[in-house]
Write a protein that binds this ligand. Structure first.
Ligand code: ISE
Length: 339
């Protein structure tokens, strides 16, 4: 580390998530400083760098990696740019927290897995932040303890108020459903083996050409079934919930409304407007834990294998979406590093 006291982080990509991580590293997380920011847009990167004292601005990740004050990378650039950045970082032995997706397809994700496995030690953590959400952690603990017997099914709901411009059917899988894919693998501790995609009557609020809502069904290696309603233009707020059905009980998270009001003959509460608010605590915990582990010279959390496995299920999901058929997931052999 360049400074004994803090981890110098280069944030690669300063769009919606990247800018939020810059703010988080600069004002919320302890033990780190934003040493550099990188973006292909030279104006935007200068603007973001100016918000943090002593922060350098680059338009090329390689230049940031060569900067002596940079000890680690937080990658939040668009998915297709991840592979080149990750391979260069692995080449230099730099620790990385990489926003999901690891890469947008299983082939490139497998190349990253192979590069890290070749080093013989983990360097990369993938930003599946739901694993750091207090409610998901409680659910994981309950299911792992087996208190209600074996888990048989999961019912997920994933609703966004509106999809960003240019959002495609494929992105509903790669950007949105990918969270339920990771949560399923993590909560049930087994791989997803097949995917089906169903199309209910489309909402009139969906942008032209986008199938919305959708219903996905996963089968897992242990014969469990997991369904997910994905509705990315629901219009009313951001809602993510998960109900686990076990042999002797059920458990549900994501229904809490925070402040409840009673007035004028009605009771009510508020729905979070977006994922930054809903998962604020999870993002903070994820980045703090990454900084702490990195300063100890360790890597924890979701691995490149998790990123690859999610990409493989996404590929099956996209085919299921296009064909209407049940599609089996093709998974490579898991390298020893990730067993
Ligand atoms: C976005 O990229 C995210 O990661 C959010 O968590 C998810 O809810 C949203 O649907 C995605 O577009």
């Amino acid at each position: 580390m360049s400074s004994a006291s803090t981890l110098g982080v280069a944030v690669v990509g300063t769009g919606r998530m990247g800018a939020d991580h810059v703010r988080r590293l600069a004002t919320v997380v302890s033990g780190a400083r934003v040493a550099a920011v990188v973006d292909v847009d030279p104006e935007r990167v200068k603007r973001v760098a100016a918000t943090v004292e002593g922060c350098a601005a680059y338009t090329d990740p390689a230049a940031a990696m060569a900067d002596d004050s940079v000890d680690a990378l937080l990658v939040a650039s668009p998915g297709p740019a991840h592979e080149a950045t990750l391979l260069a970082a692995l080449d230099r032995g730099l620790p990385v927290l990489c926003e999901k997706p690891l890469t947008p397809d299983p082939e490139s994700a497998l190349r990253v897995v192979a590069a890290e496995a070749g080093l013989g030690r983990r360097r990369v953590q993938v930003g599946f932040m739901r694993r750091y959400d207090a409610d998901y952690l409680r659910l994981k603990e309950l299911l792992a303890a087996g208190t209600y017997g074996r888990t048989l099914m999961l019912h997920n709901r994933h609703r966004n108020p509106a999809s960003p411009p240019g959002f495609t059917d494929r992105m509903t899988v790669d950007d949105s459903l990918v969270h339920e894919i990771d949560v399923t693998r993590w909560l049930l501790a087994e791989e997803i083996t097949a995917v089906r995609a169903l199309r209910p009557a489309p909402s009139g609020q969906a942008p032209r050409g986008l199938q919305d809502p959708q219903l996905f069904v996963f089968e897992t290696a242990g014969g469990r079934l997991v369904d997910t309603e994905l509705f990315v233009n629901c219009g009313f707020g951001y809602q993510v919930s998960c109900e686990a059905v076990a042999e002797r009980g059920t458990a549900r998270i994501g229904e809490d409304h925070g402040l409840l009001t009673n007035t004028a003959g009605r009771w009510g509460g508020e729905i979070t407007p977006g994922f930054e608010q809903r998962f604020e605590g999870a993002y903070d915990r994820q980045v703090q834990r990454w900084v702490d582990a990195t300063r100890r010279g360790e890597v924890e959390g979701p691995s490149c294998w998790d990123g690859y496995a999610a990409a493989a299920v996404c590929a099956a999901g996209v085919r299921a979406q296009a064909t209407g058929e049940r599609v089996e997931v093709a998974l490579a052999e898991r390298p020893a590093l990730y067993r």
